[in-house]
Design a protein around this ligand. Structure first.
Ligand code: ACO
Length: 334
């Protein structure tokens, strides 16, 4: 029997160490004013000890499992989204499975950057709808701070990103009017170089050489054409949200809450303005955590639920845009 998938439980984890804009201004040529004006970010979290995404994912996953009332061993699939995997291989999902002390069920990583959570949600939805899985754990987790250039050469990117993890456990929902109503995914690989990390890569032999790191602007650090990415983000976010609404016969005014991927507060504001959504129908927390990429939507969704912003029956839209370019949206009835 075809059923919908529904989020049964949420969890998130953020490292304790708070890095303010003033902290960054001490190591690079930037200012609290510039960062707040251009991005809305006031602070972000960074790890202080050896912790990869699978380590950050573990407490988030445990919390989501507890909230869902599901034992880890009863999961049928684990998907972990990250752009900062613990190692090239095996997958961070394999490491998370080991951390959870379980075995047997399939696991995989999704490498779709800021759109990772939407890609994972759509995957979980399809597995559950087809009956291939009953309970699916999806976790977005990022350790960005070890991969950023904190010199002035890297300031455009380094001030934006933060570390963290957010998780959701999904299961079947018999009521066709409830749960995930529709998901929409897109990609345009011709823009791959607009936002990327070039090395290490499999084309270079050896894959890592001394000239790749150790100096400002090294190829080892993320490169971004900020303005270009910004403009595409606003257009694609808006398009894909309209697409999800149209697929289910809804209008923007029907939305109770929009949770956009936390890329930049100005992007969220422009998207909300285009959809004519009032401020109280859009959830943002970028000021506290920066852009946590694949983790940003589940962290924000969990905080919104905890803050009482998502009532039973609420129509909630999740939307994301990121490197690739990739983008997507999901509409759910809570
Ligand atoms: N502090 C101070 N000055 C800075 C900083 C900084 N941290 N970064 C850049 N500047 C300077 C630039 O050098 C430039 O100086 P110039 O005028 O002398 O040349 C000036 O500020 C303006 O730079 P712009 O790049 O035009 O600034 P903009 O307003 O575009 O803001 C930003 C930059 C915040 C990066 C913005 O373009 C943005 O948010 N882009 C989208 C990011 C995004 O959404 N990414 C997608 C998700 S990420 C993912 O998928 C992995």
């Amino acid at each position: 029997m075809i059923c919908n998938a529904r989020i049964l439980g949420l969890g998130h984890f953020l490292p304790d160490h708070v890095v303010t804009n003033a902290d960054l201004a001490r190591v690079m040529d930037t200012s609290d004013e510039w960062i707040q004006q251009r991005t809305g970010i006031r602070q972000r979290r960074h790890i202080t000890a050896d912790a990869g995404p699978a380590d950050l994912a573990l407490p988030a996953a445990r919390e989501a499992l507890r909230a869902a009332g599901i034992a880890a061993a009863d999961l049928d699939l684990i998907v972990l989204g990250t752009l900062s995997p613990d190692v090239d291989f095996p997958s961070s999902a394999s490491l998370l499975q080991r951390h959870l002390g379980i075995r047997g069920m399939p696991v995989m990583d999704v490498r779709n950057q800021c759109s990772g959570f939407l890609y994972m949600l759509a995957t979980a939805d399809k597995f559950i709808r087809t009956g291939a899985a009953r309970h699916v754990l999806i976790v977005g987790a990022e350790t960005h701070s070890t991969g950023l250039d904190f010199s002035t050469a890297g300031r455009e990117v380094a001030v934006i990103f933060g570390d963290g993890a957010g998780a959701a456990v999904l299961g079947p929902e018999a009521n066709p009017g409830r749960g995930i109503l529709t998901t929409h995914l897109h990609s345009e690989g011709r823009f791959a170089e607009k936002l990327c990390v070039e090395v290490p890569n499999s084309r270079d032999h050896p894959r890592v050489t001394a000239d790749m790191f150790g100096h400002p602007g090294a190829r080892l650090f993320p490169q971004m054409e900020g303005r270009y990415v910004f403009k595409h983000a606003v257009t694609r976010f808006t398009e894909v949200i309209h697409e999800a609404l149209a697929a289910t016969g809804h209008q923007p005014a029907d939305l109770d809450l929009l949770i956009p991927h936390q890329a930049n507060l100005r992007i969220s504001q422009l998207v909300a303005m285009g959809l004519e959504l009032p401020e109280d129908k859009v959830f943002n927390n970028i000021e506290r955590y920066g852009n946590t990429t694949a983790a940003s939507i589940p962290i924000a969704l969990h905080e919104a639920v905890e803050a009482g912003r998502v009532h039973p029956g609420a129509l909630v839209c999740l939307a994301a845009f990121g490197a690739g370019f990739t983008w997507g949206a999901a509409l759910m009835r809570w």
